[in-house]
Design a protein around this ligand. Structure first.
Ligand code: AHR
Length: 313
């Protein structure tokens, strides 16, 4: 006991009480970069020592990072899973080591349900539905050919955002998804895939709307449309997900129409859940759901753009 007291006295005032390892996907989008910086801010507020490992989009790097966090005997592990499958073995290792795992912003397959403590995510099926409902309402009765830019293949949010959108659109026979391909959640790929859609669709003349699973791909698609002499936001409607500042900039310029917000602050609720679990044994709900709010060009995009600056973006 006296050795422990000596050790505690040796700790500087305000030293971190918890050490948490965060296996982050990478920096594929503006939203992801914001999530990383907000996580650092939220950890600093709570004096948590957050160790972030950037997996550069590779699941194998995430698995290595988790194993290294287990070896370091961290107090908890946060995981933003790049894809939804292939986690069972490494999460079993974390469970055996009695290290609680919290999923951030993406889900894993239901087979892994017992292997994590809680998941802080939005309802990504609902996000797709919100996007589809907005489009159906905006288009009205006219026939509308939609092209879709999907997120990373195998990511829960890509599958769910597709599913929700398809469900909403299926209620309206005048709406049809004519092309759908992955743009891997990046601007560069979003642009490249949109260029190929435009080519395949008579220079873009037969495209009525673009649905992108994130704003970054939409920003790339907007660039492709402009370079092809099309008017995004006017000739071609746009709806995407995240609500990053750049999409509000595009909206303010009349080049984008709608986005569904995804908060980059997944770490705040996760840190609170871990603190309560560690301090009082409070078991959090299995799902801590974040909000999904629709924004359109009618919501004063310039003001929103200005207000988002400094929030980690
Ligand atoms: O998992 C959340 C998604 O991942 C964001 O919508 C996207 O921008 C990011 O890459």
């Amino acid at each position: 006991a006296s050795a422990m007291a000596a050790l505690l006295l040796a700790l500087p005032a305000g030293a971190a009480e918890l050490t948490i390892g965060f296996s982050q996907i990478g920096s594929e989008s503006g939203w992801r970069a914001a999530e990383t910086s907000v996580s650092k801010q939220e950890a600093a507020k709570r004096k948590v020592n957050l160790k972030i490992a950037d997996a550069q989009q590779k699941q194998e790097n995430q698995i290595k990072a988790i194993r290294s966090f287990i070896a370091q005997n961290v107090d908890a592990i946060f995981l933003a899973p790049v894809v939804s499958t292939g986690w069972d073995s490494v999460l079993k290792e974390a469970k055996e080591a009695k290290i609680p795992v919290v999923l951030l912003d993406r889900d894993i397959d239901p087979s892994g349900k017992d292997l994590y403590l809680t998941a802080v995510t939005s309802d990504s099926v609902h996000e797709g539905e919100v996007a589809g409902d907005w489009l159906a309402k905006t288009v009205g009765e006219k026939a509308c050919n939609i092209v879709e830019l999907q997120g990373t293949v195998g990511a829960s949010v890509a599958a769910n955002r597709k599913k929700g959108f398809d469900t909403a659109v299926a209620k309206h026979p005048n709406l049809k998804v004519v092309r759908s391909q992955t743009g891997d959640f990046t601007r560069a790929k979003g642009k490249e895939v949109m260029e190929s859609f435009i080519k395949a669709e008579g220079g873009g003349k037969s495209i009525c709307a673009v649905y992108a699973h994130n704003d970054d791909m939409m920003v790339g698609a907007i660039q492709a449309m402009k370079e092809a002499g099309l008017k995004p936001g006017k000739d071609i409607l746009t709806v995407s997900i995240d609500a990053v500042p750049d999409i509000f900039k595009a909206m303010a310029a009349g080049e984008a129409n709608a986005t569904v917000e995804l908060t980059p602050n997944m770490a705040g609720p996760a840190l609170d859940a871990i603190a309560a679990f560690k301090d009082k044994g409070a078991v959090p709900p299995k799902w801590i759901q974040t909000d999904s709010k629709l924004y359109t060009a009618a919501d004063d995009p310039q003001k929103i753009y200005d207000s988002k600056k400094g929030l980690g973006y």
